[in-house]
Design a protein around this ligand. Sequence first.
Ligand SMILES: NC(=O)c1ccc[n+]([C@@H]2O[C@H](COP(=O)([O-])OP(=O)(O)OC[C@H]3O[C@@H](n4cnc5c(N)ncnc54)[C@H](O)[C@@H]3O)[C@@H](O)[C@H]2O)c1
Length: 423
Amino acid sequence: MQNLSYVDPQADSPWGTFLAQVDSVVPHLGHLARWVETLKHPKRCLIVDIPIELDNGSVAHFEGYRVQHNLSRGPGKGGVRFHPQVNLEEVMALSAWMTVKNAAVNLPYGGAKGGVRVDPKQLSLKELERLTRRYTSEIGLIIGPDKDIPAPDVNTNAQVMAWMMDTYSMNTGSTATGVVTGKPIPLGGSLGRVSATGRGVYVVGRTVANKLQTPLQGARIAVQGFGNVGSVAASMFVDNGARLVSVQDHSATLLNDQGIDVAALVAHTKATGAVAGFAGADSIAAEDFWNVSSDILIPAALEGQITEARAAQLKTKIVLEGANGPTTPAADRLLKDRGVTVVPDVIANAGGVIVSYFEWVQDFSSFFWTEEEIYQRLDKILLGALEHIWQTHVDLAIPLRTAAFVVACTRVLNAREERGLYP
Ligand SMILES: NC(=O)c1ccc[n+]([C@@H]2O[C@H](COP(=O)([O-])OP(=O)(O)OC[C@H]3O[C@@H](n4cnc5c(N)ncnc54)[C@H](O)[C@@H]3O)[C@@H](O)[C@H]2O)c1
């Protein structure tokens, strides 16, 4: 029988992917390499039991997690995922990528993430509310506006954030808007938050395409995942002259060489909950998605999707990571050899956490900005960070992901060193 520590990865787990990514950065850390084990040990992992009464009167138990991977540079920040496959290793990896992402774009945050192992589609709205409130109460020990600030991720949204904010506020006895971001606007949410991640994917993708002399006019785009991130990114590419040729979600894979009518697909998805049954494209086998010829491929669903075998078939120039951790380390190496540019998640999808940061700042100052101000500031931070990472990639002749990790891990470990070890 195996006797693994919780920091030992299972084969092919997202946490294993993260550890391999950290290993690739060690040669570039200089004297800070001494601190690298910090990144391989999450600071704090909380596992909670969430019992709720179902509408039929029975009681069900769910597993909940909140992991604070690193708090050297500020309070924890990262989303909450409701998904039947959530487990500790996944949440550890997602929290670690938040550490790197927040440092890569230089936000004053550490990295955290949470999740509940549940299929929310099986719950009624009232059951979902009870689950969210009990989960929030259980992790209330370690979250707070200056401790750790959750936000939406897969299958969580502004309504879930409103319940979290209300529960935390009830437990602490004062209205704490800054405890979560991605809230509804009337509860201290920020304009622009809902579309921020997809917008960031587009802005980063456009800039990288420009550097690689790939014109967006007529560019072929393929997107996996047509939720918050995938649908907004796809819409912005199409609004700026590109053609959406293929979309895959959990229900179906669509292909239309002439370009899918993205507005009609968004309306169809809103009405039915998925892309299946959309009349404006052909349906193809799921695995064929990875053979579709494109200029930019945007994985915007779950982690571990671009495996080595799929990477061998990809017919694209740029992989623009909207999802967190969609590419395995073996696939990364193969794509590098094949000359495909991979724009890593920690910069490509950082738009969401940047506007979450704006929301938190606005909540603290109780002074709210216009959408125009938000987008201006978002683009400035994102493009400034991309430029720094791009220059590191050129100067050190390393892939963009390694460059992003060099920039981020240097910041995190510098903070670690300057703070010193307690006691
Ligand atoms: N929402 C944000 O602000 C944000 C920020 C940064 C990163 N991300 C990451 O982006 C990704 C998507 O998040 P989201 O907020 O758009 O979630 P979402 O729940 O809105 O959408 C998820 C999409 O993925 C699809 N999907 C699920 N399983 C699939 C499968 N097996 N094959 C193909 N498609 C599948 C779903 O059908 C849906 O279209 C996640 O990796 C998330 O961590 C989200």
